[in-house]
Design a protein around this ligand. Sequence first.
Ligand SMILES: Cc1cc2nc3c(=O)[nH]c(=O)nc-3n(C[C@H](O)[C@H](O)[C@H](O)COP(=O)(O)OP(=O)(O)OC[C@H]3O[C@@H](n4cnc5c(N)ncnc54)[C@H](O)[C@@H]3O)c2cc1C
Length: 470
Amino acid sequence: MSKIETDYLIAGAGAVGLAFADTLLSETDADIVIVDRHGLPGGHWNDAYPFVALHQPSAFYGVASMPLGSDRVDAGGLNDGFLELATGAEVSAYFQRVMRERLLASGRVRYYPLSELEPGTDGGSHRLRSLLSGQQTTVQVRRRLVDATYYGTTVPSTHRPAFPVADGAWLVTPNDLPQLWKQSNRLPSNFILLGAGKTAMDAGVYLLQSGAPPDRIQWVRPRDSWMLNRRGTQPLMAFLEEVIAGQALQMEALLSATDANGWFDQLEQGGQMLRLDHAVRPTMFHYATISTGEIALLQQITRVLRHGPVKAIEPEALVFADARVTVPKDSLFIDCTARAVTRRPPVPVYQPQRIVLQMTRIPQPAFSAALAAWLEAHGDNDPARNAMSIPVPLPDSVDDVPRATIVNLMNQGRWNQDPRLRAWIRACRLDGFSKLIASVDPADAAKMAALGRLRRAAEGLPTAAARWMR
Ligand SMILES: Cc1cc2nc3c(=O)[nH]c(=O)nc-3n(C[C@H](O)[C@H](O)[C@H](O)COP(=O)(O)OP(=O)(O)OC[C@H]3O[C@@H](n4cnc5c(N)ncnc54)[C@H](O)[C@@H]3O)c2cc1C
């Protein structure tokens, strides 16, 4: 067994582990070891379906020190007029560059791919095991173990369906769709999307754009979802007034809505929230972000099955708790039921000898990880760091969302109180909006009025917190 020493051992070379490492390198002289089971950096992006893309603009995704993409505004297509969205392949290539050109090139990072951090620890001593050779390495950690695996992301190709699949049922993952015609000599008579989240939406868009007739697509949607309108995620001056008004509305609605449904209704009227079917009240919200063009396309799929989660699939039937629905022979079931994140209870981010990375701004895991590294470098002590880092509880149902929104906004309020942190956030490319807001021309009456509205709305936050956090 070999033995090495380091300041920080980071478990997980996904977006979160890399964003943390990158900012820690910038803000300290620390030595870092990174371990990951995957053979390449980027975490779940290594396993994603080929037509995946970011939900949000590339402009504020990745690590703080290296831009992703070129801030191009797309012309045409479903993202028309909005900042580019990196494809999965581009995200993976980007993280490989981050590892090679930024982290390893610093001379202060060692990377153990295809290796696993074994559970258990003896003080600051941890064990890595190579998945290829079985070779073990003991890592003596001088400062902290950084757990960048907390959300346990799963994507269709790395998960097992939670329901039995009878022999002969034709089940694929979205990863298989582009190769389907090469892999099998069969033509599906019918396409059945299983799942209500962003993966199913992406698969639906892909099928429709690739020529699948809408009337041959069925969609099993156990729950309907609210989605964020991508217009509200554009860090561009042309959108700023609208973005600020949207943020103000989120806070105002926390005071005026009497329940979570009312809060969503107000945001829908304000153009911030979208849904696929106006006749159905969504009960779920996972921060899926989408354009109105994608919504219009997906609305062509009208054969929606709302019987709850699938309990089993058979070659010619879908089995639900309360129904059995026959489907045509040669139906293709597309499994989009992987839960992207595991909802675990929030824990303190800074613990003795350990940092457990979680989102302190939702839905921005990369920004949250970079901010955690900044606080590690500059925070006075762990109680002070933790006071600035309340993990946002990940919402699942709509009822969870006001509370998550308040934790988000209150973290932001605390960060604004610290001039050094505020300056770092303003300069950080992962933040998206602070720099843009700071650059508003005071003579621009409309934008200044929107900012005034935002400030007034923020004053109501303590009242909203007292109401929703009971
Ligand atoms: C399809 C899709 C699109 C998304 N789009 C966006 C977006 O636009 N914007 C956004 O902010 N977020 C987006 N997300 C959320 C996304 O999950 C995060 O952006 C981010 O990629 C998650 O990174 P992570 O590091 O937390 O997890 P992962 O990518 O899962 O990385 C964790 C790593 O830890 C490793 N690991 C786990 N346990 C061990 C162990 N014991 N030893 C060694 N290694 C271990 C795993 O192998 C893995 O590589 C998207 C998610 C999905 C699924």
